[in-house]
Design a protein around this ligand. Structure first.
Ligand SMILES: [Zn+2]
Ligand SMILES: [Zn+2]
Length: 352
């Protein structure tokens, strides 16, 4: 090739120049203002954005949803249309609801020894992450699964590998995946915090955290109904997964007794854990950075509103029956309550 031609090939074109994309400054979401966050699991039936208005109308300032049918595998495309997702995100900002927690499909079992179910589970959880990102969720909660007779160690390894496979190729950004502790029914993983810790340790590359369900904890044998029992439980959680990784507490009373290993949620104050215990849980300085999300049953109309109101009352706030356009008006921040209680608050950061 003649030298002359070679030179022409190297003509400078400004458009070819590499320009790194400017990194936007991290935005602090409006809900991360240190105020107490009380939420409830809300139905997405009909219109997914409607769940936001329902939660707001019930007096909640946070919420949990399923992002698709929780007991069905997605058929073909289980993606959310971008127009719906954009409308959802916009409405959420308008209502200042947060955090937004998405609960994963119940069929997903990343520990399944069946190759078919395991593959479906990995694909299903991949779609869960995709939908969570589209909706701008803060947390995606998943049950660790069940090895169905395989050893605990191999079940834990399968879950860790499944999580990594499901997240492959996705930029999780601010989204945190939370492993929920379980009641320990059958061979389900996660009734011991050591098992959750082993999964966290096996995935140092993923933004993982923990969701603690009060009914599951109680059914798994932790006596959170008493003051000493709660303190001991929090110590156990801190010693294993670390309290700084607990971002969400599912607040459910339990129909079943301590250590029953059976998971049956009850209205706050109507079960075996009891109202006083929930007062201690909601106001505990070591849980001050957690969002509290109800997953209580609706046996009769108004149960959801009553449970939300009960939680606010336990935090010392009065939130009257709400409707469209009305918001709970927190009166003081968690920090104030913690310092008033004379307890040194542990410095914690959410979702690390
Ligand atoms: Zn759950
Ligand atoms: Zn739960």
């Amino acid at each position: 090739m003649a030298e002359e031609n070679y030179r022409t090939d190297l003509t400078y074109d400004a458009a070819d120049e590499y320009r790194p994309e400017p990194i936007p400054p991290p935005e602090i979401a409006a809900w991360k203002d240190g105020s107490i966050r009380i939420g409830i699991h809300t139905s997405i039936a009909g219109d997914i954005a409607g769940a936001l208005d329902i939660a707001h109308g019930l007096g909640a300032n946070a919420l949990q949803i399923f992002s698709s049918s929780p007991r069905m595998w997605g058929h073909g495309s289980s993606r959310i249309a971008e127009t719906d997702a954009a409308r959802f995100r916009q409405r959420r900002v308008g209502l200042q609801l947060g955090p937004l927690v998405i609960h994963g499909n119940y069929l997903i079992n990343l520990a399944s020894p069946s190759p078919v179910l395991r593959t479906r589970s990995v694909q299903g959880f991949h779609q869960e992450i995709v939908r969570a990102l589209a909706l701008g969720a803060d947390y995606l909660v998943i049950h660790p699964g069940s090895g169905l007779g395989t050893s605990v160690d191999s079940a834990i390894a399968a879950v860790a590998q499944g999580l990594r496979q499901a997240a492959r190729g996705l930029k999780l950004g601010e989204l945190r995946i939370l492993l929920e502790n379980t009641a320990g029914q059958g061979s389900t993983l996660g009734s011991r915090f050591e098992e959750l810790k082993a999964i966290l340790d096996a995935c140092p590359d993923l933004p993982l955290g923990v969701c603690v369900d009060t009914a599951h904890t109680f059914a798994a044998g932790w006596s959170i109904d008493t003051e000493a029992g709660l303190e001991g439980t929090l110590r156990d959680i801190d010693r294993t997964v670390g309290l700084d990784r607990v971002a969400v507490v599912h607040v459910n009373d339990s129909k079943t007794p301590l250590g029953s290993r059976v998971d049956r949620h009850e209205h706050i104050g109507k079960g075996k854990i009891g109202l006083q215990a929930f007062g201690r849980i909601l106001n505990h300085p070591l849980l001050a950075k957690c969002a509290f999300i109800l997953e209580t049953p609706i046996d009769k109309p108004g149960d959801d509103k009553r449970n939300v109101a009960t939680l606010w009352r336990l935090t010392g706030r009065v939130v009257r029956a709400t409707g469209p356009g009305m918001k709970p008006r927190p009166t003081k921040s968690h920090k104030v309550r913690a310092s008033k209680a004379g307890v040194r608050q542990k410095t914690r950061s959410r979702g690390k």
